[in-house]
Ligand binder design. Sequence first.
Ligand code: GLU
Length: 424
Amino acid sequence: MPASRKDPSPARPNPWDVARQQLDEVAALMSLDPNIHRFLREPKRALSVAVPVKMDAGELRVFVGHRVQHSVARGPSKGGIRFHPDVTLDEVKALAMWMTWKCAVVNIPYGGAKGGIACNPDEMSAAEIERMTRRYASEILPIIGPEVDIPAPDVGTGPREMAWIMDTYSMNKGYPVLGVVTGKPVNIGGSLGRNEATARGVVFAILRAADRLRLPVAGKTVVIQGFGNAGSFAAKFLAEQGARVIAVSDSRGGIHDGKGLDPEEVRKHKAETGSVVGFKGADRVTNEELLEVPCDLLVPAALEGAITERNAAKVKCRILAEAANGPTTPEADKILEENGVFVIPDILANAGGVTVSYFEWVQGLQSFFWTEDEVNARLRAVMERAFDAVYARKEERKCSMRHAAYMVGVGRVAEATRTRGVYP
Ligand code: GLU
């Protein structure tokens, strides 16, 4: 690219810098033992792999993939696999660290991990994606397993990819291994309710916050950035609670209708056309503008770095519920705090996904499956207990919800590390 050509969008903050800064801030606040702090600043293990794929047209392409395990202090590591053009090792390291804190906040017996391949699945055929997924699975096979590290879906992956990973792993072992991935299709050991779990968890957390703030959700306005798995189900569930979803977006742009959008109709439009853009009767907005639409509830459900010091002052909502991982930078956090925005941080808000992943893993290990009502009731109990623990810490320490969630999460991981000791 010629040096004179400018990137139209300012560079995204490096997620790994953000994740470490968040840890450093809370380490100071909670006077974390500096030895443990040093330990927690590094991922336990990071594996980068080349993923050669025969494309349909005959060409061989080589994608780069990663799997990072941040911590196994509290149990096997757990976290999704992302297929997206912007995947980097630093991003995967950040996402793995956030998984560690998230699993600890909801108190499930896992450490944190994440994986990803830098690729654009929207431009690949299903057969190419299958070959890429299976080759990646076999490259990371030595470091995953039901007792070691358990992948799951993330941006750009879903039940279909999990089925291929489960099959690749099982074929190599010689017997079916249900517990190696979660987020599988229900007919091969997936859990009822897993697909909707991230959004359901977000809504349980919002309802708890609404209760504390005496701000009933019914009749409130909602803006959602990102209309993938988490965003589209969050729109549906919030509408079911009587809220009015006035704007949503995806990577191609956003739509706005002050009278309210029907999430089900928007979902159908996206399924037919590939985007929410062009939905009839709605005005078009950019992703930038969308985050500035005045509303009661704002749900970033896309990627990291959506709310930075550049736009945080323009965010006009009462509750910000982070369905995405890492959508807000520490600088933006300070501005939101000053403006009285109640933030439900990612490691609490979106923990419903990994919580039902845990339920799926437990069901698979026992070959004993629960009803959807059982799954949802247990999820609600976990989310409410976690919310209450974080809220209590916030009140006790007079700090932000993010710092409180970090104190709960980091505190539990530090405790486990201290109890186990450092080997040898
Ligand atoms: N990728 C999801 C997350 O960021 C789910 C991880 C899992 O279920 O293991 O929480």
